[in-house]
Write a protein that binds this ligand. Structure first.
Ligand code: DMJ
Length: 949
């Protein structure tokens, strides 16, 4: 056995040709489905795989076709209103809009997908469009990270496959590196972002004016995320090696524009990576989520493998693959070791504090970490990859999609799902590694769920809430760049793809860069694609570590045997993060006080609180407030317990409020031509039929007269047996409900009278009662913001008869309708309908991630009060909290409804801690700031202990 084969898994791969890791994966592919799988999951026939592959092609056509028809040249398609998303013309969504640079983002991100999916003619056409239409010099502030991975990566992926096709001699014969020239132009535009003393890039740049100029409107940022600064090297290196312009790999200090073409001494992207590496926390070898680009201080000291850090790790390993520089592999392995030691709690991956890595930073996981099993395959660590993937799959089976965040006991934490591809990516790589047809079945489920729940007449819509099945008017470009690529490749055999996919490495956006770049001399200014191709010899990689040729043929049930013990992990779950803390206590030692057990009247508990540096303050309104001053704790261990206790208390409080809050509801349009494909998020009512306990209500809609529903209806015959539409305003919600009920309506939808309001920009809205007994109201009532409401109103104008379903969760489409409207029959009427609706209706979506997070913190607003002068977090025990329903009702006397967040804000400005019944409005310290405070405390302790900081 060679040296490599003799090493244990997880030990550094010895130096060899730079593509060895990719080739290791390629070797894994060689032993996959065909030769190995004999028992276990049923093998999938070639016909079935082809059928699924064709389904993926059809779905891509639906997404891409609608983008090109209804949105292009806009950056993205808005699939509910069937139009393009043009930045500045839609309400701002915050950071997420920084991906949009008015450069036809989706088209560029889709380029290499077209070739992978064997749509060469369309590719040729798309490249011509990019060259003709795309302007990279717009006065728009964009994210450096997103522009790099999606646009620069997209252009480079397009170029890589354009030269491959040209070499084959049939397509792209006219191509003369034009995409590469655009990539180079864009590369130059990103360079000023690196003009910081640390070498970490600014997070944003103005495409036209750069950073410094006053017109740039950017350059004042101080922080960036680790992934944002550490996910550049593949694209920059590829650009450098394709063009010979070493500037993208190399850097000069105080660079001037005219110097760009000159070889330089230090490396841009590399310097950013070097800096991050230097700043790792030395005792844990972990990095934080955000860093100050000027001082290099960690701003957020929590650490995981998901949001904010993910592709930093990915690019270390892939930079080794592409550049062959051992230092990247060593760094990756050091971090990987730390990840497996602290963050990996199989099958979970839980964020920890970089200074105290045994301390979990949260009890939930985000969806972005779903890429990690795929990276573990590349690393060659298959077992934990199988475990985490299995856990994620069970979460998906429970909610149809992976929610943006979910708790350690697998409840939804953030309910949206923007059609992220990470899980499909890991599924593909695991299939390649194991050949286990189980992963094909997983892929099949992903396809079914996308068609069933996300497909709308004009594309695929992101899920606003996986629990209700409601949609968001959003189809991100990564859906086309990644999702279809990985799904298609999952079912494709070698002969289904017109080139050898294993000659390429995937960037984080799944763009393809050829592995021959690894052997390209940087000084060669241009690759001669016909004569300098370096063939990869797979036989060199028989002994990479670990070698799956040894692993799997001996045990074809290997993957299944790892999954088996986890098969009920989600259904029979318990909060792992908390168990871990308990386990970590020395045997015999008294377990620390848990937030859930705490009683403010128990003297023993009060004593423990004191030891932990937590003081209890009795407020005038009868509530108690907890404040922790770590330096007042009896010892550093007690202080740490105190931090954990406070964190648990916040989470407990947040969870309790979530449970007390009514979840959103769904209004699903089921009549022609929607057939259940359009699902609008609706606010619930605290009165009337509870849709979570009863069967959904289905009926045609009719406008009530008067439209505000504030008096006896003058058109009872029109609303009898129907779902009445009523406008918000003039009277209480309950009064409207009674009036439509008396007229014979079977349900009601209240539409907001604030024109332009949307769940995009407003938090979830609950309709409260009128402070009296509302038991007489028997029909279900739901609330729609104006933009969502206008989708229904427009549909009535267009089709007259509009039937809807009011429910707690969108239902599968009517099977009869399904037969009429197969997903594959993308007919004109669908497009037409969506288009017609788009003429006057706008975005449709729900509470966004930020507001969800805020709600969860606000869940016991009466239990949170502003941080005191020592920056300590404060919270009151849950037993002291008041009933939010009462709060709603109290508020309801002043207005007709309960807008939790507005109420919170207003009250926080006007009220002191005086009225326990109206305590929703206590000013709430944002979670980030609380975490930051805790981190300060931890640091103070560590200073005292003279620990390294
Ligand atoms: C993609 O844009 C990239 O994969 C990125 O690294 C993070 N995730 C998004 C899609 O979810």
């Amino acid at each position: 056995m060679s040296e490599a084969g003799g090493r244990g898994c997880g030990s550094p791969v010895p130096q060899r040709a730079p593509w060895s890791l990719v080739a290791a994966t390629a070797a894994i592919c060689l032993v996959s489905a065909t030769s190995v799988w004999t028992v276990g999951a049923e093998p999938m026939s070639r016909e079935e795989k082809q059928k699924l592959g064709n389904q993926v092609l059809e779905m891509f056509d639906h997404a891409y076709g609608n983008y090109m028809e209804h949105a292009y040249p806009a950056d993205e398609l808005m699939p509910l209103t069937c139009r393009g998303r043009v930045r500045g013309q839609e309400p701002s969504r915050g950071d997420v809009d920084d991906a949009l640079g008015k450069f036809s983002l989706t088209l560029i991100d889709s380029l290499d997908t077209l070739v992978v999916l064997n749509k060469t003619k369309e590719f040729e056409d798309a490249v011509r469009k990019v060259l003709r239409d795309v302007n990279l010099d717009n006065d728009v502030v964009v994210s450096v990270f997103e522009t790099n991975i999606r646009v620069l990566g997209g252009l480079l992926g397009g170029h890589s496959l354009a030269i491959m096709l040209k070499e084959k001699g049939e397509y792209m014969q006219w191509y003369n590196d034009e995409l590469l020239q655009m990539a180079k132009q864009l590369g130059y535009k990103l360079l000023p972002a690196f003009n910081t003393t640390s070498g970490l890039p600014y997070p944003r740049i103005n495409l036209k004016f750069g950073i410094r100029k006053p017109e740039a409107r950017t350059g004042t940022e101080t922080d960036t995320c680790t992934a944002c600064a550490g996910t550049l090297i593949l694209e920059f290196a590829a650009l450098s090696r394709f063009t010979g312009a070493t500037i993208f790999e190399l850097q000069v200090r105080k660079i001037r524009l005219k110097d760009y073409e000159r070889p330089a001494q230090l490396e841009y992207a590399r310097k950013a990576l070097d800096f991050l590496w230097e700043k790792r926390q030395r005792s844990s070898n972990l990095v934080g989520v955000t860093i100050n680009i000027h001082t290099g201080d960690w701003v957020r000291k929590d650490s995981g493998v998901g949001a904010g850090i993910d592709s930093y790790y990915e690019y270390l390993l892939k930079a080794y693959v592409l550049l062959g520089d051992d230092s990247f592999l060593e760094r990756f392995n050091t971090h990987y070791d730390a990840i497996m030691r602290y963050i990996s709690q199989p099958p979970l991956l839980l964020d920890v504090h970089i200074h105290k890595p045994m301390l979990n930073a949260r009890t939930w996981m985000d969806a972005l970490l779903a890429f990690f099993p795929g990276l573990q395959v590349l690393k060659g660590d298959i077992r934990p990859a199988i475990e985490t993937h299995e856990m994620l799959y069970q979460v998906i089976k429970k909610h149809n999609f992976l929610p943006e965040a979910f708790t350690t006991d697998f409840r939804v934490h953030w309910a949206q799902h923007p059609l992220r591809p990470e899980f499909a990516e890991s599924t593909y790589f695991l299939y390649k590694a194991t050949g286990d047809p189980y992963y094909l079945e997983v892929g099949k489920t992903l396809i079914e769920n996308l068609n069933k729940y996300a497909r709308v007449p004009c594309g695929f819509a992101a899920m606003k809430d996986v629990r209700t099945g409601s949609h968001e008017d959003r189809m991100d470009s990564f859906f086309l760049a990644e999702m279809f690529k990985y799904l298609y490749l999952l079912f494709a055999d070698k002969e289904d793809i017109i080139f050898d996919i294993e000659d390429y490495i995937f960037t984080t956006e799944a763009h393809l860069l050829p592995l021959w770049l690894s052997t390209t001399n940087q000084s060669i200014s241009k690759k001669n694609t016909t004569s300098e191709y370096t063939e990869l010899d797979d036989s060199n990689f028989d002994w990479t570590c670990p070698n799956t040729q040894i692993l799997f043929p001996n045990d074809p049930l290997y993957a299944q045997s790892i999954r088996e013990p986890l098969k009920n992990v989600v259904d029979k779950s318990c909060p792992r993060g908390i168990i871990r803390v308990e386990e970590s206590f020395r045997s015999g030692a008294k377990p620390p006080l848990r937030a859930r057990d705490f009683m403010a009247t128990n003297p023993e508990h009060l004593e423990i609180l004191k030891k932990m540096g937590v003081s209890l303050i009795h407020l005038k309104d009868g509530r108690v407030q907890l404040v922790q001053h770590a330096i007042q704790a009896a010892s550093s261990i007690d202080a740490e317990d105190g931090l954990r206790f406070m964190q648990e208390m916040i989470e407990l409080s947040s969870q309790q409020q979530k449970e007390q809050q009514l979840p959103p509801r769904a209004v699903q349009i089921v009549s022609h031509p929607f057939f259940g494909r359009v699902v609008l998020t609706a606010g619930p009512a605290q009165f009337g039929l509870d849709l979570s306990k009863h069967k959904e209500t289905r009926g045609f809609v009719a406008s009530s007269k008067p439209y505000n529903g504030c008096s006896e209806l003058t058109n009872p015959e029109a609303v009898m047996g129907k779902i009445a539409l009523i406008q918000r305003g003039q009277c209480m919600f309950a009064e409207k409900a009674r009036n439509i009920q008396n007229a014979g309506a079977i349900g009601g939808i209240v539409i907001d009278d604030n024109e332009g309001s949307s769940s995009d920009t407003a938090p979830l809205f609950q309709m409260a009662g009128d402070g009296k007994d509302t038991d007489d109201i028997k029909i279900p009532m739901l609330f729609l913001f104006s933009k969502e409401g206008s989708i229904i109103l427009d549909a009535i104008r267009e089709y007259e008869e509009v039937e809807v379903l009011l429910s707690d969760k969108a239902k599968d489409r009517d099977p009869e309708m399904e037969n009429e409207e197969q997903p594959s029959s993308e007919n004109d009427s669908q497009n037409q309908s969506a288009e017609q609706i788009s003429s006057s209706s706008q975005e449709v979506d729900l509470v966004d991630q930020e507001s969800s997070e805020e709600n969860s913190l606000n869940s016991h607003p009466e239990s949170l009060s502003p941080a005191d002068m020592d920056n300590a977090a404060s919270i009151s025990p849950s037993e002291q909290t008041s009933n939010p329903t009462e709060n709603h009702e109290t508020a309801n006397l002043n207005g007709e409804c309960t807008d939790l967040d507005n109420q919170l804000q207003e009250q926080s400005e006007t009220e002191e801690d005086s009225n326990p019944n109206v305590s929703w409005g206590k000013k709430v310290q944002p979670i980030d700031s609380i975490l930051a405070d805790w981190n300060e405390d931890i640091e103070a302790f560590e200073m005292m202990e003279k620990d390294e900081l």
